[in-house]
Design a protein around this ligand. Sequence first.
Ligand code: GLN
Length: 197
Amino acid sequence: GPTIGVFALQGDVREHLRMLGELGVEPLAVRRPTELEACDGLVIPGGESTTMAKLARTFELFEALRDRIKQGMPTFGTCAGMIMLADRIEDGAAGQETLGGLDITVRRNAFGRQVDSFEGDLDFAGLDGPVHAIFIRAPWVESVGDDVEPLARVDHGPAAGRIVAVRQGPLMATSFHPEVGGDNRIHRLFVDLVTES
Ligand code: GLN
């Protein structure tokens, strides 16, 4: 099977490793460029995107990640990982860098400060039943380029209609945390994407 890495300098790495392991792939915690080279695909977890970017610079992973993503390595970002994959950020920290690759604009901490986290059921393109989505200080997708397919939207409340999952070729991202809880269907979609490419 394919080797799928999890960017492991910061964030909820263990949850992703566990879920990938359940799906029968060889998961690999990635902290250095040689580990990245061994990967057929990569997950960028939830966590804190400014810290992730800084640590990626410190550990000399940043350019290597950017290059692999540009070369078409399948990559799946959740929450902070979505921010890392976005070409553009609104409400980012001053000078905040991203790896980019996804032709989207994300709004960081978009759902408001009173409501740091919430949960809800969403329809998700390609999956039969709804997904139970957990949002924690989550971004939403403010706008997408022509080649980006929205996969899920918030379906009620003040954020109704906001895009919270996308795909563009080999890149996938969700605003929420499919690594939390027992539903591995979204990870399976990503594993299939890695296997096909
Ligand atoms: N608010 C975080 C950030 O901007 C993302 C939160 C998360 O990954 N749960 O990086």
